[in-house]
Design a protein around this ligand. Sequence first.
Ligand SMILES: [Zn+2]
Length: 264
Amino acid sequence: MVDRNRLYRIDAIVMHRSDMGEADRLLTVLSRERGKLRLNAKGARKIKSRRAGHVELFMRSKMLVAKGRGDIDIVSQVETVEAYRGLREDLTRSTYAHYVVELIDAFAEEGSEQPEMFDLLAEGLGWIATTAMRNLPLTARFFELKLLTLAGFQPQVFRCADQGEALKEAAANEFYGWSPSSGGVLCPDHAPGRSDAGRLSIHALKVLRHALRTEYHTFTTLTIRDSVSGEVEQAMLRYIQYVLERKVKSVEFLNLLRRENAVI
Ligand SMILES: [Zn+2]
């Protein structure tokens, strides 16, 4: 008999899964109600299990979860909300899905309610599963910028990130800078002063601005040259790496403080 007080319901997306023991499956999910969780889907690998097929990678399901004795709670019932079939049928789409899940995994917190992040992941997986193949790179850029905004790290693309002044139009022989450590774009005057400032073209800057100003379906109607697409991708990659490095360091620092405090 299951103790009702030990049960809770979540809306969850499977981010990672691995086999555990003979028939169990260990899941890392992002839940709307409780952020990131690790769960045991007992018996999920048995063909006859009612849980089989509902806890595949990237699937969104309603789950009834029973509190376990240790860190890992147990999936008691599960019902698929959205299977995102397109992600399983195409390798490129599944690669993009892995990428956005890794990003979410890096930014999501354990044990706290994160409805916006959950909604973004649910929406993002839907875009990746169904959009035209040529839209996948822009979809990833849109997702990155939305996620950074939710996490409080939206890059500055409307003003100079160095002095905060309005960005002047770059002359034909001038370039904007892109400096993750300054927080975004730099005007041609301040760009040379920052050692980490790579060049950013006006075309790439416009794409970044457009992503932050418009809805997904409008943004992905953009047609951009491959060179600009590559430039935006590199700029975002450098920015995300910088943010995550700082984030990881700050988490380590906080843990260190906690340990030091515990000792004192
Ligand atoms: Zn400036």
